[in-house]
Design a protein around this ligand. Sequence first.
Ligand code: AKG
Ligand code: FE2
Length: 355
Amino acid sequence: MSSLSDAYRNAPLLSHHIIPLDFESVKHVPESHSWQNFDSSLSTRDQPPESLPIIDLADPNALNLVGQVCEAWGMFQVTNHGISSVLLTDVEYETKRFFSLPSKEKMKALRSPGGASGYGVARITPFFNKFMWHEGFTIVESPVHHAREVWPHGYQRFCEVMEEYQKKMKELTERLLVLILKFLGLPGVLLDLEWLRHPTSHDPCRPDSCTALQLNYYPSCPDPTRAMGLAPHTDSLLLTVIHQVRGTHGGLEILKDGVGWVRIVPMEGALVVNVGDMLHIMSNGMFPSVLHRVVVDKTSHRMSLAYFYGPPVDHRLSPFTASGAPVRFRPVTVGKYIEMKAKSLEDALSQVRVR
Ligand SMILES: O=C(O)CCC(=O)C(=O)O
Ligand SMILES: [Fe+2]
């Protein structure tokens, strides 16, 4: 197993779990998408949105600030992130270009049952007995195969923009990780990553990381109190960077201890970063892998781009404790953990927890 695609191939989905509803054609929330008892969990919908801490990457104290918010929130916003507004405008344009196609055109990019890339419902769908008010397009490495199916003569621009965005996102996530791992006390020599200079593989073709870009579309919904944009979940890899397409509606919420579901409103120009399960493991449980979900709106739609970053699939994850405190997780390879998550979602973390 050498890539994220291989890891997903070992946990194929059923094909009826891949095709999204044609949301344009429905006037009511169908039974298949109607979540029971959902209202009771909308506890904070009418409260003012919480302001997620903002880290300015140009701040000389960024290292400590990032470490502190990872510990307190597991999520933060970042400014001076190095992603230009022009590139953001380009990815927004291409994302809208794809999702605004008629359903039958988008179906040309449908993901295969064992595939990682392409158009389809959220990967977590089989764990819930209702479908989500959501369409996704997953890009692992290059989107060219699927983009060419959709736009035989107009795929190049989409691919160029998505590839450039992934390159910049990789630089940003690696920069953030170096700060975070330094905060944890990892020895400096390891910190130019590669992946943490781990000699697990001598294969010169081994990918240097495990990444994916997920384009998300949450159409407006006739009855948002009964529909779920994206069901509560934690992300599997180390870090996720979310860009909410400007001019589209908010809807991201996190579950905060003792408070309930809290709406996140990103500041214009900032990107939202969250800790995933693998960073929770590496930090020996110090940084929470934050549970999040997306709710939908009656009149406005939402689009977002989520970039996921983790070590290469053969990397052996293990907790790092500068203080020598007892480790709380057993070692597990990235590939194995992705497989465990694909089979048992939120139980995966408890399967590797030892105390
Ligand atoms: O749309 C969002 O803001 C969140 C997306 C997300 O959680 C995901 O793709 O894993
Ligand atoms: Fe997520």
